[in-house]
Design a protein around this ligand. Structure first.
Ligand code: SF4
Ligand code: SF3
Length: 567
């Protein structure tokens, strides 16, 4: 195995024996194979799309597969291999469709059709060009699949810059897939995003594309990253209303509870409906916290509050929760024996030995097994008391825009700090708590994602009634922060978003943060600082492109960085 897709990549280089996240070599290899098969699907899917033939099931599979390989989502090798096998079937069906559509697909060695095919897919007529192996390889047995899996990973691309760019692009797509998956679950879709995903996947197979082409595609990925976050924002707000300022209880009640984690609001809605009148309370965990800000969920009396902190503390907190836990997306940590029988997965999440709740053909999920278990459990142990405030998504902030603009004009607010992104287990992330604590009192933190848990329980006060930590929501709600920035640019009549008094000190962990970063770059944001370390997957040359063109930087220590940001 070799994996370097997240911030916790071993030694800042990559995990090669077992993942720091707990991913085994077998799981890592099968995920590599799944990505490879999806690339093969994209080769045909892209061509069929050009012929006007799209297939919702294929789109769904591609999105599901990409999301499955995101950090801390799926550790279930058998489940991943099943997806690989299904993917191969889909790939070969698409090939057959292409033949039916009149394209001569009569084998990988037919240079005449290959020339034509390569010409059609925009790569120019070529003699002796081989169709990518991902589109044609076959493996008849499980052993053959396993052997194949070992050969198609990240290191299969030898040139470190091309490898770096291919992976950067692929991680951008994984994050996009996650957000698209949630939007799709609410009935929202955008064909252009699927088309870009296929185009980009195919590009990662093309040895003719150089670094410049891949940089171009990576920046284009930023455009679609904005689109997908806008789509999800629309899906969430049209389905559940606009987030509003809300106080969320972080203590517990006396009833048994179900804890729901991850990002999928549709799963939450179904769980709340099914637990109505059962005497069971529902609590959010980690990235599900912002669900409390949506008006539609406020009508449920048994929606009790938020329990615990960011994902990485779950071993300790799940144990104390006492009731069942439903993981709707990442981040799942290898469960301890003491509570393993209380953890359920759904959607793309998987872990060997945990019960998975499937959806029916209408997207409905039956959570009765979880509810029945909850009834037999004790109420959660209280680990905290009090309230946290959030709900400052774009609509809510715009409602008080006058107040915000006035505070900036009068000098009451000197600077905003976007501190969105992810939290993680490494100690060096305490930097973000210290940074928040040491920020001058005339600054405001704009946050989204689970990064917030490093400072959302500190008492940082307010500025004329505006809290000094404004939580917009989940990581995808970083879109809200971009909307707010663009609106402020308009209000202040500025030419460039970078003229605003906003600094970006972003914490990243998994691939959705990569997507958010590419979105910000697309919107023209410069001088983003990324920590606690720069991605292991950026080769020195690729990192230099980001530094030279966008002013991307790392972090050092709180005092020096504060001077730099405020100077
Ligand atoms: Fe390592 Fe991160 Fe990959 Fe897990 S996801 S194997 S921790 S790089
Ligand atoms: Fe957190 Fe996993 Fe990224 Fe949605 S829950 S932000 S790390």
């Amino acid at each position: 195995m070799f994996c370097y897709q997240c911030q916790e990549a071993a030694k800042g280089v990559g995990c090669s024996k077992i993942g720091v996240c707990g991913k085994s070599a077998d799981v890592a290899n099968s995920q590599d194979l799944l990505i490879y098969v999806v690339k093969g699907i994209a080769v045909y899917g892209e061509k069929l799309r050009e012929l006007g033939q799209t297939d919702k099931e294929v789109d769904k599979f591609v999105v599901d597969a990409l999301f499955t390989t995101i950090t801390n989502a799926n550790f279930d090798r058998a489940n991943i291999i099943k997806k690989v096998q299904k993917g191969l079937e889909i790939r070969d069906e698409l090939k057959a469709k292409l033949i039916k559509a009149g394209v001569k697909v009569d084998g990988a060695t037919s240079s005449s059709w290959l020339s034509k095919f390569m010409e059609i897919i925009g790569l120019g007529a070529k003699e002796e060009v081989k169709l990518a192996d991902a589109a044609i390889f076959n493996a008849d047995s499980l052993d053959q699949l396993n052997e194949k899996a070992k050969t198609v990973g990240i290191l299969a691309t030898e040139n470190e810059d091309i490898r770096s760019l291919r992976e950067l692009l692929t991680y951008g797509l994984k994050g996009m897939a996650a957000y698209l998956h949630h939007a799709n679950n609410l009935g929202y879709d955008n064909d252009e995003i699927h088309a870009f995903m296929e185009k980009a996947l195919v590009a990662t197979l093309n040895d003719e594309l150089g670094a410049d082409d891949l940089v171009g595609l990576t920046l284009e990925c930023g455009k679609f990253a904005v689109d997908v976050m806008a789509l999800l924002d629309k899906a969430n707000t049209e389905s559940y209303g606009h987030p509003e300022v809300t106080k969320v209880n972080i203590g517990v009640r006396n009833n048994p509870g179900i804890l729901i984690s991850g990002h999928d609001l549709n799963d939450l809605q179904q769980l709340l409906e099914q637990t109505k009148g059962t005497g069971i309370d529902v609590y959010t965990h980690s990235e599900m916290l912002p669900a409390h800000y949506y008006p539609a969920f406020k009508k449920y009396d048994h929606f009790a509050g938020n329990y615990g902190n960011a994902w990485w503390k779950q071993n300790e907190e799940f144990e104390k929760f006492n009731g069942p836990i439903l993981m709707t997306t990442n981040c799942l940590v290898t469960p301890k024996k003491s509570y393993k029988d209380r953890v359920y997965t759904t959607g793309v999440v998987g872990f060997d030995g945990l019960t998975h709740i499937h959806e029916d053909e209408n997207g409905k999920k039956d959570f009765s097994v979880i509810i029945e278990q909850a009834k037999k459990c004790e109420a959660p142990v209280e680990i905290e008391k009090g309230e946290i405030v959030g709900g400052f998504a774009h609509n809510q902030v715009m409602a008080v825009a006058d107040k915000v603009v006035e505070a900036v004009k009068s000098g009451a607010i000197k600077k905003f700090f976007v501190m969105a992104g992810c939290d993680g287990r490494v100690k060096s992330r305490n930097y973000y708590t210290e940074f928040a604590e040491k920020l001058p009192k005339d600054t405001v933190i704009l946050t989204a994602g689970c990064a917030k848990y490093k400072y959302n329980k500190l008492d940082l006060g307010d500025i004329g009634g505006i809290p000094r930590v404004l939580d917009a929501g989940q990581c995808n709600d970083s879109y809200s922060l971009a909307v707010i920035a663009l609106k402020l640019k308009e209000v202040f009549g500025l030419e460039d978003i970078n003229e605003l008094p906003i600094a970006y000190n972003i914490a990243w962990y998994e691939q959705k943060a990569v997507t958010v970063l590419l979105a910000l770059l697309h919107l023209g944001v410069k001088n983003i600082h990324l920590g606690p370390t720069l991605p292991a997957f950026l080769s020195p040359n690729v990192a230099k492109v980001l530094v030279d063109n966008f002013g991307i930087g790392g972090i050092t220590n709180v005092d020096d960085d504060l001077k730099m940001f405020l100077g």
